[in-house]
Structures are given as structure tokens and as C-alpha cells.
Design a protein around this ligand. Structure first.
Ligand code: NG1
Length: 547
């Protein structure tokens, strides 16, 4: 049963600051770190209740990802390792904003009753806590721990400084009953990577200009140090990590995947001396990854290889393996239609066309990883990525079982089919199926490039991005813009979509959409056209229509 005095007593140590209202968005709660301790404490309570309700291990991650170092945030990992179920988000908001300890207790009591959260004769709540390298993290983690333990019997385990994807991986692994320490994570990644390396066709020749060295920008966050551990364990890749800790510079300041992708410039510590070398950038908590190469001339823009192109590389490789498997008659029930590609409207139109030309099924969802992830789970293999570099690959349980049979030497398949099945099984272990993970992403990109014999330039040539422009428009009320069809069509205010259509029709290869941001108080405008100038003009004209 709820021990009310315990909740009243501990919550009185975490009073909410005057006038602060927080909301659980696509990235959990995210604010200036100085106002977050009551929020994080209450998320601890929520996580304990979620654990009791689901009778599973739940995760709490303290991070503000690519935001500036003075911000922090908190999000919950559900039993699958994915994001908190959407139907609990309103309760997260109510809890976080309850004005007093008494009102907090009242809300908890009502919710426990409504959700029929069990207390007696059940497995006690168990929560894994993790944080990134932000200086505010340690105190906030303690607030989360006190929240968890204000529910009687609940146990909080401090897993220390981790990348966001590592914590999600651990939660998923624990609930699957497999070993779930950080060491287990590194071992699973390195073993499956080695397995893929061993399966590279013999005699794979290097493409011209292929450079074996990879230089990674760690955003001065948690990812750089973790990549170095992985690198030592692997002992085969030539990786240099720069911007790997707070000793080298400020977290996310002129560094990191978000900066590189949005500004299309090289991060601090990279310059024309790196021309021709394959480079990659992680974000502050290592759940996003982009690649790039630096031009020899100091003022020229970088060649950005974004999430859409990482997705395309993965799709090409997986499609190749499926075609080896599909050569045999007996697998008609697993043909290529079971491979699904999931993007948002922000995916460059050239990537969507390229994937469709390969004969792949491309699905669009609204912006936000939770929507992409959910859709990807509809397929035997679902690959999703946002252009900003967040994405992963999901494999269904039945498909994994089928692959296990096919990878067996005694099966009736060919040698090639057997190898293809082994490769796909290794990918399913290398990739983090809980959330997008820059570390497993780097390893998968690296081994696929070796498998194909491709340089970063050959990879970047898969298709040419259409010029695009993104703008933000500050409006009085962003909720006045309502969209449909995966945010590609405006349904309110009336007439706006017709006006956008009329403007877009003036441009060759024109595409344009507007939507209210889920994380900032703005309406975003995205435009694409055959030239940069045209994309800019289209975006500007449509921004005026929204204003
Ligand atoms: P909003 O603010 O809803 O556009 C942004 C990113 C998303 C995602 C979320 C969450 C763009 C255009 N949008 O969402 O892709 O990363 O933040 O964290 O990049």
C-alpha cells in the first residue's frame, strides 16, 4: 500500500519553484537544470508506479541531449526499452505540476486507484537510473532516487554515467532476462561487430579514395569516452575521438551532431587538415549520429551524410541480404515487402525517391521518435531514421526465429543464404533495438562500408540531396495550426493549405509543409526545390502565409 506519510515527508524536500509549469514532450521534461529537482523527484515516483503497474524494470535517464550544458532533463524508459507509453504522459504532467505535497499525494492516490496499481504480493518496483556528464546530473539523480524510494519497497539502482541508449538497452535486456551490465552491452556490440567483419566477402577490394581512418566528434559529452572503451575492446578499427570530454570544451558548444547537421559546418577541432578523412559526430547523449567530410578549401561547406543517408546505407545492405535469402523458393512468406522504411516529412525528398526506386516500401509518420518506432514495429525488419541522425532497426521476434533456423548449416539453403541469415542476426544484435544509438550506429556504418568496399564519397553519391530550407515562425498560438497525413497537410486554419499548394506549384521539384513544433514555441516551415535559391524563396513566402 502507499505509505502516505513517506510521500508527504520526502516531497516537502522538493517543493516546486513558483510559476514554473513543465510538460512531458517528445524528449521528456527538459528545462534549465536549476528548476528541475522537484520534477525529477516526481518522475522517480512515476517510474516506481510504472514499474509496479507493468511488473517490469523501468529506466530513468537524466539528460538534455543536444541542449546547452546548463539545461537538463529527465525521461522514462518503458519495459521494452522504448519511450514512456503515451497514455501515461498526461499523468506525468499532472504529477510534475502539482502545487503542494498534499495535492501531489491526492493525485497519486487517485491514479493508483484508477490504474489499479498493485502493491501487495507483487514484485517490488525496480528502477535503473542513469545520467549524462552534465554537472547538474549527480544532484538530479539523487532527486530521482528519493522519488523512487518514497514508494515503499521500490529499489533504485544507480547505473552511473551512461549514454541514453545504453540505459534504454539495459532496461530492455533486464526485462528480456538477459545480462544487462554496461560490460554486457559492450560485449554484445563488439561480438556482433566481429561477426559481421568475419562475414565480409573475401577479396572485397577497396574503393578508390577509401580511407580506413575514422575521426569522431564526441560533442564533449558522454559518447566519446564510451566509444573509446568500445574501440579498445574491438582492436580492429582505426578510430580517433576528438571533443571526448568536458576537459576539451563545453558540451554541445560548437560541437556535436545537432550542430553539424543544422549548421552544415565542421565541429570545433576539425578543419581542412582533415580533408578526405571520414568523420562522424555524436550528440551530447550519443543517441544521434551523422557523418561528414571536410573539404580541402577552408570556406567551403562540409559534405554532410545525414540520417537519411545512414538509413539508405542500412537499407541497401539489408536488402542485399534479403535478396540472398529470397533466392530460395521456401521463403516466399518472407519476401521483401516485409522490409519497411519509416521516415518523417523532414526526410530529404531525394532519399525517399531513392528508396522507392529500390522497390522499398516507405512510410511517413509525424515527427517524433515514438511515432517512427511504433510504425517500424509493424514489419519483420523496420528501419527508421530522422534526418537529424536519430534512428535504428527493429527486427520482429518471428523473423529472428526464422533467421536462426536459416543460419543453420543443416538447413536446405545455399551457402550465401546461410551467410546472409548470419549477417542479419548479427545486425539485430549490433543495433540497439530499444532506441537510436550512435555507438552501435558507428559500428554498423563502418562494417557495411567495408563490406561494400565504399568510401564516404561513394556512399554520399547514393543520391544527391535536394536543396532545402527550414525556418521557424514565432506565432501567438502555435496550436492554431493543425495538420494531418503525417503533418504534410494543414487542415486549420482554413485556406492555408490551398495557399501553400499555390505557392509550391511555382517551383520545379517544389515540396513544402508547415507544422507546430513539439519542443519549441514556433511553427516550422520546411521547403525543398531544385535550387537553393528556389527553396529559400519558397520557405520565405510560406513563412509569410503562416505569420
Ligand atoms: P520539433 O520541435 O517537434 O520539430 C524536434 C526535431 C525532431 C525531434 C524532436 C525531439 C526537427 C525538425 N525536429 O522536434 O526531429 O528530434 O525535436 O527531440 O529536427
Amino acid at each position: 500500500e502507499l505509505q502516505k506519510s513517506l510521500i508527504l515527508e520526502s516531497s516537502s524536500r522538493f517543493l516546486i519553484p513558483q510559476g514554473v509549469k513543465v510538460s512531458y514532450g517528445t524528449a521528456g521534461f527538459r528545462e534549465d537544470a536549476s528548476i528541475l529537482s522537484s520534477t525529477v523527484y516526481r518522475v522517480g515516483i512515476l517510474a516506481a508506479l510504472r514499474s509496479l503497474k507493468t511488473q517490469s524494470v523501468i529506466g530513468v535517464m537524466i539528460t538534455a541531449s543536444h541542449n546547452k550544458v546548463s539545461d537538463n532533463g529527465v525521461k522514462i524508459a518503458d519495459p521494452s526499452g522504448g519511450m514512456l507509453s503515451q497514455d501515461w504522459e498526461p499523468f506525468a504532467d499532472e504529477l510534475a505540476n502539482a502545487p503542494s505535497p498534499q495535492q501531489l499525494l491526492q493525485l497519486i492516490t487517485e491514479f493508483v486507484e484508477k490504474e489499479r496499481i498493485p502493491f501487495d504480493g507483487v514484485r517490488p518496483a525496480e528502477i535503473l537510473l542513469g545520467r549524462d556528464t552534465r554537472p547538474s546530473g549527480e544532484a538530479l539523480l539523487e532527486a530521482a532516487r528519493q522519488g523512487v524510494t518514497s514508494i515503499v519497497g521500490a529499489v533504485a539502482s544507480d547505473m552511473g554515467i551512461l549514454t541514453t541508449p545504453q540505459l534504454h538497452w539495459m532496461v530492455r535486456a533486464r526485462n528480456k532476462g538477459i545480462k544487462a551490465s554496461e560490460q554486457d552491452y559492450f560485449e554484445q556490440l563488439s561480438n556482433s561487430f566481429r561477426c559481421l567483419m568475419d562475414l565480409i566477402p573475401t577479396g572485397q577490394s577497396k574503393c578508390d579514395g577509401m580511407n580506413d581512418k575514422l575521426v569522431v566528434d564526441g560533442a564533449n559529452g558522454v559518447g566519446g569516452a564510451k566509444l573509446q572503451i568500445l574501440h579498445k575492446l574491438l582492436n580492429v578499427l582505426d578510430i580517433e575521438v576528438r571533443n571526448s570530454s568536458q576537459d576539451e570544451g563545453v558540451l554541445n558548444d560548437g560541437v556535436g551532431a545537432d550542430y553539424v547537421q543544422k549548421e552544415k559546418v565542421a565541429p570545433r577541432g576539425f578543419g581542412s587538415k582533415d580533408a578526405g578523412i571520414r568523420c562522424a559526430s555524436l550528440d551530447g547523449d550519443a543517441d544521434r549520429l551523422v557523418y561528414f567530410s571536410v573539404p580541402p578549401e577552408s570556406n567551403a561547406p562540409i559534405d554532410l551524410v545525414d540520417g537519411d543517408k545512414i538509413l539508405s546505407l542500412f537499407a541497401v545492405f539489408i536488402r542485399e541480404q534479403l535478396s540472398f535469402l529470397n533466392e530460395k523458393e521456401d521463403i516466399k512468406n518472407f519476401d521483401k515487402s516485409r522490409l519497411g522504411i519509416i521516415q518523417t516529412a523532414y526526410a530529404n525528398g531525394a532519399s525517399t525517391n531513392y528508396l522507392k526506386h529500390l522497390g522499398l516500401e516507405v512510410n511517413l509518420t509525424p515527427t517524433g521518435v515514438k511515432y517512427l518506432h511504433e510504425k517500424a514495429a509493424d514489419f519483420d525488419i523496420g528501419i527508421y531514421f530522422e534526418a537529424n541522425g536519430h534512428g535504428t532497426i527493429l527486427f520482429s521476434e518471428t523473423f529472428i526465429e526464422w533467421l536462426e533456423v536459416r543460419s543453420n548449416k543443416l538447413s536446405s539453403g545455399s551457402k550465401e543464404a546461410e551467410k546472409a541469415a548470419l549477417r542479419l542476426l548479427a545486425v539485430s544484435k549490433l543495433i540497439n533495438q530499444a532506441v537510436g544509438d550512435a555507438l552501435s550506429g558507428v559500428l554498423l556504418v563502418e562494417v557495411i562500408l567495408k563490406h561494400m568496399g565504399w568510401s564516404i564519397h561513394r556512399w554520399n553519391e547514393l543520391y544527391h540531396d535536394l536543396p532545402s530550407r527550414q525556418l521557424k515562425v514565432k506565432v501567438a498560438d502555435r496550436t492554431s495550426v493543425v495538420t494531418a497525413n503525417a503533418e504534410t497537410v494543414v487542415v486549420r486554419p482554413p485556406g492555408l493549405q490551398e495557399a501553400i499548394n499555390a505557392e509550391t506549384a511555382k517551383y520545379t521539384q517544389g515540396r513544402c509543409f508547415v507544422r507546430p513544433s513539439g519542443t519549441e514555441d514556433v511553427v516550422r516551415v520546411y521547403a525543398e526545390a531544385s535550387t537553393q535559391e528556389a527553396a529559400d524563396t519558397l520557405a520565405n513566402c510560406v513563412a509569410k502565409l503562416v505569420d
